[in-house]
Design a binder for this molecule. Structure first.
Ligand SMILES: Nc1ncnc2c1ncn2[C@@H]1O[C@H](COP(=O)(O)OP(=O)(O)OP(=O)(O)O)[C@@H](O)[C@H]1O
Ligand SMILES: [Mg+2]
Length: 391
């Protein structure tokens, strides 16, 4: 049974409870909330530092979203796979971990920016919602061994679960806001891109189709008033060649507007033909025979365009010897995966991307509720993984 609290302990507890309630009722911004959670956790268990990791939407990564100073500036820079490190282990097992000696704990992963060498004792607890859904993980460190770790775990688990709903709500709100902003940017970019495309198509029609039809008219005119019948035949032959070129030109223009192959032969054939069109690097493809029912044309065109841009980038920028496209469908829930990999120069993902290609891929994915992950390291190639939920 708990010991009765001394008067000043009582007022500390009351103060802490007031601050926790204040954070729960007033803080809606994810970053600020996460920093408040870290601060309150440290105060409630007498720890030295606390890190708040959030389970990301893909359910396979954890991102640092808040911490006590001076580590709060690491927010957004630290990312772990579920299963990696102590926090990753806790996210997977959904139970707390007490780590008295991290250097001899095989689960521990040293991240220099988080200063693990400055702390001795670590307790990690999952932030759980009713039903066992995990929202995040709190990693709490002490410079010395604290007393009664079991009761600390109980207190921490209580505080972690108390904050889980708010953190989850704030994360959802932030995601919705980001999505709304992306939709606005996408709409603006789409209009700008459409204008550009229209100009390009109008120039193409003028310079290509227009010239071909003009020239064929000229030859047909010549054929009407020939010096002799042979000359007329040559002029008509020439006009016919030009009309055939014009038909080809019309098809090319239409393909740029919407890849006709999707309508005629479907997504798999479209992807095969994309791979074949690259040349260098040679693209090895691993595609299923068919993709089953339920792929909307929005999904088809998004997958096609994203793979097209990823392969075009591999061709233009990677200097790779080989590239591959792998597509498969996972069931329960149904998710279409498309992965484009190259073994080229790679790039620094942290530095962001210069062109419109990658941002366009991300926007397209976002619009159909898909996720696009880019894994790349300089000199180690690039892998682009698209996950499309199929409902
Ligand atoms: N597979 C890759 N390998 C190496 N670098 C890449 C790869 N893909 C993209 N990059 C780098 O990322 C940058 C941004 O790519 P992005 O597709 O956004 O623009 P872009 O290809 O330069 O131009 P755009 O796609 O607008 O024609 C590229 O300029 C290139 O430096
Ligand atoms: Mg590009």
């Amino acid at each position: 049974m708990n010991q009765p609290l001394e008067p000043d302990q009582k007022s500390n507890r009351a103060d802490l409870l007031r601050r926790i309630l204040d954070a729960i009722t007033t803080e809606t911004e994810l970053e600020k909330l996460a920093d408040r959670v870290a601060e309150l956790v440290v105060d409630s268990v007498g720890a030295d530092v606390c890190f708040v990791h959030l389970v990301e939407a893909d359910q396979v990564h954890l991102g640092l979203i808040g911490a006590t100073p001076p580590y709060s500036e690491q927010r957004g820079k630290i990312r772990l796979a579920v299963g990696d490190g102590i926090a990753g282990w806790v996210a997977q097992a959904k139970v707390p971990a007490i780590v008295p000696d991290k250097w001899n704990d095989p689960r521990y992963e040293y991240i220099p920016a988080l200063g693990g060498e400055n702390f001795q004792y670590l307790i990690s607890v999952p932030m759980l919602r009713p039903g066992g859904r995990i929202v995040g993980v709190l990693n709490v460190h002490w410079t010395t061994t604290p007393e009664d770790p079991d009761s600390l775990v109980r207190d921490l688990q209580y505080v972690a679960n108390l904050f889980a709903a708010n953190v989850e709500m704030a994360a959802i709100v932030e995601k919705l806001e980001r999505r709304e902003q992306q939709l606005e940017t996408f709409a603006a970019n789409t209009i700008a891109a459409q204008e550009l495309e229209r100009k390009r198509i109008s120039n193409d029609i003028h310079d290509g189709l227009g010239q071909l039809l003009h020239s064929s008219l000229y030859h047909l005119d010549a054929a009407m008033y020939p010096e002799n019948i042979a000359e007329s035949r040559i002029a008509i032959e020439r006009a016919k060649e030009l009309v055939l070129s014009a038909i080809k030109e019309v098809k090319n223009t239409m393909t740029r507007l919407r890849p006709g192959i999707l309508d005629d032969l479907g997504l798999i054939a479209g992807l095969k033909s994309l791979c074949a069109s690259i040349g260098k690097p040679e693209v090895v493809s691993e595609l299923p025979e068919e993709l089953g029912e339920g792929l909307s044309s929005a999904i088809e065109i998004t997958v096609y365009r994203i793979v097209q841009e990823a392969l075009a980038n591999a061709q233009k920028h990677s200097g790779a010897d080989w590239a591959s496209l792998k597509v498969w469908v996972e069931n329960d829930p149904t998710v279409l995966h498309a992965v484009v990999t190259d073994d080229g120069n790679g790039m620094e993902v942290e530095n962001g991307f210069g062109g419109f290609g990658i941002s366009g891929m991300k926007e397209r994915a976002e619009l159909i509720g898909a996720q696009l992950e880019i894994y790349s390291r300089q000199n180690f190639g690039t892998r682009i993984h698209l996950r499309v939920p199929v409902t």
